[in-house]
Design a protein around this ligand. Structure first.
Ligand SMILES: [Zn+2]
Length: 363
């Protein structure tokens, strides 16, 4: 077997070393085989990211090697606290008893809705958001916003309104805001700013009028790894970030915007980012539009797309293979995906349903 810089290869090298020093051959071989099927390796210097299944909403938990945590969005309200329970379960798996930062991308119910139930279940530190709710004509959005404001008004929590270019105070990774309340970074990120060849003849999109375009978008670096999460940011804002110059640059991990719905992830945007791996927080009946599934998979450097659910709309033709789906068609089991990142740029993705990890070597 050819060894690259991947973690699995390090495991193999380590086991080979153990074999050479003798006496533990059977044990070390056993460990080596088990490591392919076990959850991703957890070390003191790795970043763990849990993609929690909130049925077509978003809840993504980052736990840094400094022991700090950032939760991006809280899933839906109601359902007896289903989504909050799933977030707490992920926190327990990560070994944390408090969530330091809760970032709300925007005020739609599938993102802010779970806040009150989450606050009843686990201590929370600082909330980060884009400011005011701008979609005051939608009753459900107003309701979610008001419940969130009521929680902030208790005075128990710290609160940050973040602007493009702001660095978040999370220790153990670098997180920078690239979009907020409809505004975007005005300068390219370090190393970015090249012309994006995919802008030529790209489709133009009308301005969105909902909370989606207000999404608080975050660019995260951890060692050599570059990760992008833009919440539900829409096409019109994507094009401003990506055309004619690519202000973000190339990334490794694309947390697919807007659950993989067709209002986001335009070809010029995805192809400009050229992610290695994309992870989509879609539901069975929400997100995972065929055109978006196809665009992502056609992106030049893409190694794999992972999905939280089989997309019914995508059908057999557009969905990825079952091993890359946490919750295939059928009864829902709240399976999650977990990405473990290492400072050298290598990482693994673990599917809690199959109990298998796939390693990705450093570039
Ligand atoms: Zn959403």
């Amino acid at each position: 077997m050819t060894c690259t810089l991947s973690v699995s290869c390090w495991r193999i090298k380590w086991n080979t070393f153990l074999l050479r020093v003798g006496g533990v051959a059977a044990l070390s071989l056993g460990l080596g085989i088990a490591s392919w099927a076990a959850p991703a390796r957890q070390t003191d210097n790795s970043l763990r990211i849990y993609f929690i299944d909130v049925e077509g909403g978003q809840a993504t938990l980052f736990v840094t090697p400094a022991g700090q945590s950032l939760l991006i969005d809280t899933g839906w309200p109601g359902n007896d606290g289903r989504d909050a329970d799933r977030i707490v379960a992920a926190a327990r798996k990560a070994g944390i008893s408090k969530i330091d930062y809760v970032l709300i991308t925007h005020f739609h119910r599938d993102h802010v809705g779970g806040v009150p139930q989450l606050a009843e279940r686990i201590p929370l530190g600082t909330f980060i958001d884009h400011g005011e709710n701008r979609e005051t004509t939608d009753a459900a959005t107003v309701k979610g916003w008001q419940a969130y404001q009521a929680l902030l008004a208790t005075g128990k929590y710290q609160h940050i309104t973040a602007k493009p270019g702001d660095a978040l105070p999370v220790k153990g990774m670098q997180a920078m805001i690239v979009s907020s309340d409809g505004a975007l970074i005005d300068k390219p990120l370090a190393g970015a700013g090249q012309d994006n060849p995919y802008c030529k003849d790209a489709e133009q999109f009308p301005a969105d009028t909902t909370e989606n375009l207000r999404s608080l978008g975050t660019f995260i670096t951890f060692g050599k790894l570059r990760i992008l999460d833009l919440g539900d940011l829409t096409h019109d804002k994507e094009m401003q970030l990506m055309c004619p110059a690519n202000k973000i640059g190339k990334i490794d991990i694309y947390i697919v915007s807007h659950h993989g719905w067709s209002q986001s992830s335009s070809p010029a945007f995805v192809f400009g980012l050229t992610p290695r791996v994309a992870i989509m927080d879609n539901g069975a009946k929400k997100g995972g539009t065929p055109s978006v599934l196809d665009t992502i998979r056609k992106s030049a450097a893409l190694e794999d797309l992972w999905q939280l659910h089989f997309s019914e709309e995508g059908g057999a033709t557009h969905n990825v293979a079952a091993e890359f789906i946490a919750n295939p068609d059928g009864p829902d089991a709240a399976n999650y995906l977990e990405l473990t990142a290492h400072p050298d740029g290598s990482f693994e993705v673990f599917n809690s349903r199959t109990q298998k990890s796939k390693p990705y070597s450093a570039e």
